[in-house]
Structure formats: structure tokens, C-alpha cells
Design a protein around this ligand. Sequence first.
Ligand code: HEM
Length: 277
Amino acid sequence: MNDYSPPPVLSAGPTEYTTRGQRQLALAARGWFAATAIGQLLFVAFILLFYYFHILTGNYAAWDARPLITGYVAGDAPGNRQFAIHVLAAAVMTLAGLLQLVPAVRRNWPSLHRWSGRTFLVMAALLALGGLWLVWARGSYLTLTGAIAISLDGFLILGFGAMAWLRARQRDFMAHRRWALRTFMVASGVWFMRIGYIAWGMATGGAGIKSGMSGPFDLIWGFATYLLPLAILELFLRAERSRPRAQTAMAVALWLCATVTLAGSIGAWVMMWSPYI
Ligand code: HEM
């Protein structure tokens, strides 16, 4: 079916690794996942405490307490409804996606893995289609380049998600794992965008960021927000099958990613999310 020889790092147990490089890579992958889980749980906490709270209490206009592109518009029932569906689905998808990457769930509760996997893929598709509607039908974008960038992310979510589902149906689980991880990366694109802005802002003081998201950093980050994590994932998938030196180098890179992820996530919580709840 394929030429995957060593145990996949994110699904095998720590005792299944034989070489030092594999153990280093496995540990770094877990470190990156722990940082990502913390950051995504903070994002979910914000969505629940801000958007769920205002939707459940019927106070849609309160969304605009945040600097949104369009947000709530009085009299625009279809647009407001789509926005509400979008943010409600965002929390469910993010939680289901995290659950998919926990090795113990896959090993011990395969039926939970299957159901949360279906939930993740359906919600990701809903977010991508609804997001495309918000951009092109409602007109929620600041620059045309930004609109194209987020739309490409939407198409990648749909394409990669379909491949992950197809490979699982075909019981080609190694290929399924690769496509599922790619789907996780592109579906996390909007989260990477937020924590990336904060991490970049903290590191450079906001170089290349302009109002209306029209600065050089804004335009590049619009695409890199999902293409960079995808590229790092591809390097990781190759490193799994590579020589120990490549595995050690990849492990170092992943620890660096984990550090930036954690710093960006904590910064996003402090500056972007918690002030509104
Ligand atoms: C798949 C994962 C996605 C998640 C988790 C997600 C999450 C969110 C959240 C939480 C918001 C509220 C804005 C905020 O408070 O920051 C939002 C708004 C929005 N999203 Fe998404 N989204 C996703 C995908 C997409 C895609 C693929 C597109 C476009 C193709 C998109 C387009 C939009 C638009 C246009 C808004 C409205 C912005 C505004 O009016 O200010 N989203 N999204």
C-alpha cells in the first residue's frame, strides 16, 4: 500500500521507538502538540465565553465589541445567521480536531476517534463553505489579496478533508494519517493567523503590519498562515523516515515551533481574547 516503515511518531507509543532520533522526534512532536493544545483550548474558551454567550443570550450586536471586519449588521439576517453558525462550528471543530491527535484516543477508543473525526471533517467543511460565503457573498474582507489567501485555505480544507475521509474509507491508514494531519494544519490556519500576528508583533513591534491588513507582513502572512505549517508538516513526515541526524534537526525545529506557538497563544489570550470576556 505504501512504503512507510518506522512507526508514525504521533500515533505510536513511546516504547515503540528504537532509535534515538525517533525518540527525540516523538518527544518534540508531543511538545509541539501540547503547546498547540493549550493555544487552541484558549481559542475555544474565548469562543465559548464571548460568542456562545452572546448568541445564547440573543445579544448579537455585542459581537461588535471586537474589531471585526463586518460582524453584526442590523437587518442583515442571513449574514448574521451565517456568522453565528461559523463561530458556533469553530469551537466544535477545534475541539474535535485536538481529540483526533491524542494517541491514547486512537488506541483505546477507536469508535470515539471515528466519530470525532467525522465531526471534525463535517465542521471543517461547514466552516470552509460558510467562510467562503462570508467573504464573497457578504463581502467580509479587507484586501483582495487577503480574500484570495483565506479562500485558498478554504479550498485546501475541503480537498484535504475529502482525501482524509477517502483514505480512511479505503482503510489505507498511513495515507489517512498524512491527509488528516494536513487537514488539521489548514483547518488550524485561522488560529495560526491569530497567534502568528501576536508572536510577530511581540518579536518585531509589528513590522510590516498596516491598518486594513495591507502591509507586507499582512499580505505574506495571509498565505503563510497555512502554507508554513503545511511545509513544516511535510518536513516532519519526511524526517520520520529519514536518518537520525535529520530527525534530530527536525526535533530542534519542532521545539522552536512549540516555543513560538506557546508564546503566541499566551499573548493572544492576554491581548486578543481575554479583554473581551
Ligand atoms: C476552518 C477553521 C475556521 C475557524 C476555526 C474559524 C473561526 C472564526 C472565528 C472565531 C471568527 C470570528 C472572528 C473573531 O472573533 O476573530 C471567524 C470569522 C470569519 N471567518 Fe472564519 N474560521 C475558519 C475558517 C474560515 C474560512 C476557510 C474562511 C474563508 C474562506 C473564513 C472566513 C471568515 C470570515 C469572512 C469571518 C468574518 C470576519 C468579520 O466579519 O470580521 N473562516 N472565523
